[in-house]
Design a protein around this ligand. Structure first.
Ligand SMILES: O=P(O)(O)O[C@H]1O[C@H](CO)[C@@H](O)[C@H]1O
Ligand SMILES: Nc1nc2[nH]cnc2c(=O)[nH]1
Length: 301
């Protein structure tokens, strides 16, 4: 059955999907831009972490609004552009702004940039995010390597791989027991020690958002093994792994989740942005060194 790009409204949720040919067209459009080199690594900048793109040299910016068929960023803290450039000798592309389910985007739209970056040549996807802390041993400002995730929307049917499967994107069924690359986690641990930056490790849970969690929801998430919670990352990680990319995930803990009815105030986006700003330098320092430490062999075909 041919897979067509289409836009329908179903259950009030946009159902835009993209064919392989459409994704390829966008990748070719970007590669044809003067100064753009095929990237080896894609970096998704989480809320308030767009400063990561400042670490690139020989930068070329492409605004999302100027890319055919691309969604646009609607959330404060997401600038809405791709930044191409180099870290050390490695060509990379940063997404300065990601797309979220709660913006009303379909899973295909949320994960489109991952497939575009894959067709442009990336071998590794680094996904960063801002997240709420659920673990009593962690604190606001900590950086956490994502060792696994709980993708609540996918468990309820909103998996980005639902629908006809084009094998050029990846296989119909795909296991996720090694979703977050153990090899990259080991590289990150070593770099963290060398830089004297404490790196936690834990499980990221995704709530579709945009509401932050209720007290009971936070308690439920802790009970099922989550350390932090956010509203992103899982869709992009699943689509990247399905496409054969190595995935590295990192959360910045921007707020403590409220676990007691007597505590307040509720979590809010302004705090998320301000912690992103205050921890931005360490995040940049870590990624600059981490990207340089990834072995060449990991970035080969
Ligand atoms: O996951 P990122 O995009 O980093 O952002 C997190 O922070 C925002 C809430 O403040 C939500 O978008 C949540 O997902
Ligand atoms: N769902 C969710 N996303 C976040 N992003 C940053 N903090 C939070 C949080 O507490 N909950």
């Amino acid at each position: 059955m041919p897979i067509k790009a289409s836009t329908n409204i179903n259950m009030d949720r946009a159902q835009t999907t993209y064919t392989y040919e459409k994704v390829e067209e966008i990748a070719k459009f970007l590669l044809a831009k003067p100064g753009v080199k095929p990237p080896k690594i894609g970096i998704i900048c989480g809320t308030g972490l767009g400063g990561l793109a400042d670490t690139l040299v020989d930068k070329v910016d492409v605004e999302y609004k100027d890319i055919p068929s691309f969604p646009i960023s609607t959330v404060k803290g997401h600038a809405g552009k791709l930044v191409f450039g180099n870290i050390g000798k490695t060509p990379v592309v940063c997404m300065k702004g990601r797309f979220h389910m709660y913006e009303g985007y379909s899973m295909s739209q949320v994960t489109l940039p991952v497939r575009v970056m894959k067709l442009m040549g990336i071998k590794v996807l680094c996904a960063t995010n801002a997240a709420g802390n659920l673990n009593k041993n962690f604190q606001v400002g900590d950086l956490m390597i994502i060792k696994d995730h709980i993708f609540f929307p996918a468990l309820g049917g909103f998996n980005p791989l639902v629908g006809p499967n084009d094998p050029r994107f990846g296989p119909r069924f795909h296991g996720l027991s090694d979703l977050y690359s153990r090899e990259l986690k080991a590289v990150a641990e070593k770099v963290g020690k060398e830089l004297n930056i404490t790196l936690r490790e834990g499980v990221y849970a995704m709530n579709a958002g945009p509401s932050f969690e209720s007290v009971a929801e936070c308690k439920m998430m802790i009970a099922v093994g989550a350390d932090v919670v956010g509203m992103s990352t899982c869709p992009e990680a699943v689509v990247a792994a399905h496409a054969g990319l190595k995935v590295f995930g990192m959360s910045l803990l921007t707020n403590d989740c409220i676990l007691d009815y007597s505590f307040g105030p509720a979590s809010h986006h302004e705090q998320v942005l301000s912690v992103g700003e205050s921890r931005g330098d360490d995040v940049k320092k870590f990624f600059l060194n981490f990207i340089k430490a990834i072995p060449d062999s990991t970035l080969e075909d």
